[in-house]
Design a protein around this ligand. Sequence first.
Ligand code: NAP
Length: 244
Amino acid sequence: MAGTLLLVGATSDIGHAVAARYAQAGWRILLAARDPERAQRNADDLVARHRAEVGLLRLDILETDSFAAWLDGLPALPDTVVCAVGELGDQGRAEVDPTHAEGVMRTNFLGPSLLLGLIAERFAARGSGAIVGISSVAGDRGRGSNYVYGAGKAGFTAFLSGLRNRLAKSGVRVVTVKPGFVRTRMTRGLRLPPLLTGEPSEVGQAVYAAAQGGGDVVYVRKIWRLVMAVIAAIPEPVFKRLNL
Ligand SMILES: NC(=O)c1ccc[n+]([C@@H]2O[C@H](COP(=O)([O-])OP(=O)(O)OC[C@H]3O[C@@H](n4cnc5c(N)ncnc54)[C@H](OP(=O)(O)O)[C@@H]3O)[C@@H](O)[C@H]2O)c1
């Protein structure tokens, strides 16, 4: 049955692919972006390609104090919310600039967790809803090359895990999606291994399937579950000497 999707992070390439998958299935789409003008192109695309009913809202994920009032102002409580907000940041800069590191951690962890936590309360009171957080395999183990981003995602993954555990009997689904590498604006210019790299549309399909009941923790390309299990199993004395 079609419902209403709230997509947080509406200018995201992955987010747009998620919205397109839901629009294709006949869902109404609420797009939330910190700069709605820049999300207009994605909104127009959903209307043109899928004749979707689309609303545009402003939300900055760092403005945590405004979340409750923002949710009160929604036209209606959505059926599914997907949070695609994230910031890779610059690991080297984060090592010497605490303000930059804080921004990366707040964008990947605090903002999304606090927003989804408040939405979860409303979904639980209603007795239904699906919450999808786009986290990352980078949160499965801290690596020297991106541990500030990875720590933010690890916190988000743990938050979603706890939320899922607490709400398991409430009628609310909580899904963690770990895309692996995906060709988007975030990874532009990086050299990515083809076998481990997906397209945004694959994430869109995986999110849609998981939110309908297809899994709790989803690695979009299945090989990533194996890769991360191997990486997680490497003993710390060995791991710390690897150039990862
Ligand atoms: N691409 C990958 O390989 C990959 C892999 C694993 C996980 N992910 C995760 O997938 C999600 C989507 O990423 P993407 O690849 O589609 O990258 P993207 O296109 O750069 O999307 C990032 C999104 O986060 C939004 N955002 C950042 N700070 C925000 C703030 N303060 N308030 C509101 N929105 C904010 C951006 O909005 P603006 O346009 O306003 O900056 C943008 O919509 C992220 O959570 C990312 O960490 C991506």
